[in-house]
Design a protein around this ligand. Structure first.
Ligand SMILES: NC(=O)c1ccc[n+]([C@@H]2O[C@H](COP(=O)([O-])OP(=O)(O)OC[C@H]3O[C@@H](n4cnc5c(N)ncnc54)[C@H](OP(=O)(O)O)[C@@H]3O)[C@@H](O)[C@H]2O)c1
Length: 338
């Protein structure tokens, strides 16, 4: 109750920011980002587009991978018209395809650019059941598995950049508090929704993908520490905001839900604030493996903080990215991970 009142009032937490803070405000005193190269996925609309705009304003060089290149060029044009000094590079990437992720990573490496900041923001809510070319359920493939592979392929560049520049690298996974709606065994559920015909619940599948973002953050933070890498990873809940995320289920019911929830909705500049805070604020130097909401550290669900489950998801993900397309092997391999 108290938390709800604080949220509605926009009271500032220990960070000095709260639910009403905007991306612009939280980056107001951040260091000059002119030496920073950032990759932001999903910057063609919503939270990602605002994140890109604000980081460009602060001077960062942006690489914006997108499956819709026309929409990405529009984002770039908007940024450049507002901040003419910005450097924005558009590249092709469809996160629901592991081949596309591999292609993007190799094209990015061929540019010989450093990489300081990776914001895994792109997301999809698949209302109807669908399976990707790699045999994975679409929400899970887009929101989590594509980002898992992307991060894995870009990590050595990030570690090297941090070493040569002395500037700590940061990875931000955009999750959601809906991750706490998933309970049960995620491997079994993933095998279930990966079948061609199943009783599909889009919300549960989306919650699973967002839980996977949280567990990925936990496990990679642990691995980065073990490697003594000067790179941190954290995840965020941006808050609830009306964007194109619900495009698969537009209509009267969705309008009604947003109307009833209107008091709790954020604006897009507010929804991009937590990502921008975690990506840039000096206070978060050396902070890794944490979950943030309303620009303050917050608690994940019990399952989201389970390190055994995080390690289990990591093994499952390695199987999925290495044995793509072999659906039977995938199900068999996953069901043997205890
Ligand atoms: N909105 C909310 O209330 C809310 C709440 C909690 C968490 N989140 C999370 O916030 C993040 C941003 O969502 P949003 O609300 O800003 O939604 P949005 O406006 O729909 O933006 C999603 C972005 O992801 C991109 N994307 C989707 N599928 C892709 C794919 N296969 N490959 C590459 N890019 C892809 C979209 O590109 P296209 O233009 O090609 O579709 C778009 O740029 C998501 O991770 C979402 O889960 C949102």
């Amino acid at each position: 109750m108290l938390e709800t009142i604080k949220y509605l009032m926009g009271s500032a937490g220990p960070s000095g920011f709260g639910s009403n803070s905007t991306a612009d405000q939280v980056t107001d005193h951040c260091p000059d980002l002119r030496s920073i190269t950032a990759i932001i996925t999903g910057a063609t609309s919503g939270i990602g587009a605002e994140t890109a705009k604000v980081l460009a304003k602060r001077g960062a060089r942006l690489v914006l991978p997108a499956r819709n290149l026309k929409a990405a060029e529009d984002t770039k044009a908007r940024i450049v018209s507002e901040f003419p000094q910005s450097e924005v590079i558009i590249m092709a990437l469809d996160l629901s395809s592991l081949d596309s992720v591999r292609r993007f990573a190799s094209e990015f490496e061929s540019l010989n650019l450093p990489l300081n900041l990776l914001i895994n923001n792109a997301g999809k809510f698949s209302y109807n059941h669908s399976i990707t070319e790699d045999g994975i359920e679409t929400s899970f493939a887009t929101n989590y598995l594509g980002h898992f592979l992307l991060t894995k392929l870009l990590l050595s560049n990030m570690i090297k950049t941090a070493k040569t520049t002395g500037v700590q690298g940061r990875i931000v996974n955009v999750s959601s508090n809906i991750h706490s709606w998933f309970s049960g065994d995620f491997i079994s559920y993933l095998c279930f929704i990966t079948k061609n015909k199943c009783e599909y619940d889009g919300t549960r599948a989306y919650a699973l993908s967002k839980l996977a973002n949280v567990l990925h953050t936990k496990e990679l933070a642990y691995r980065l520490k073990e490697m003594d890498a000067n790179v941190t990873i954290n995840c965020v809940h941006p808050g609830v905001v009306r964007t194109r995320l619900t495009r698969d289920c537009e209509g009267f019911i969705t309008d009604l839900v947003f109307f009833l929830a209107s008091k709790f909705l954020k604006t897009i500049p507010q929804a991009a604030a937590t990502t921008c805070y975690v990506a840039t604020h000096p206070r978060l130097e050396n902070v890794s493996g944490k979950y943030f909401s309303d620009c303050n550290e917050a608690l994940t669900s019990k399952l989201g903080s389970n390190t055994t489950e995080a390690a289990r998801l990591w093994i499952a993900s390695e199987i999925m990215v290495n044995f793509k397309g072999i659906k039977d092997t995938l199900s068999l391999g996953l069901s043997h991970i205890k």
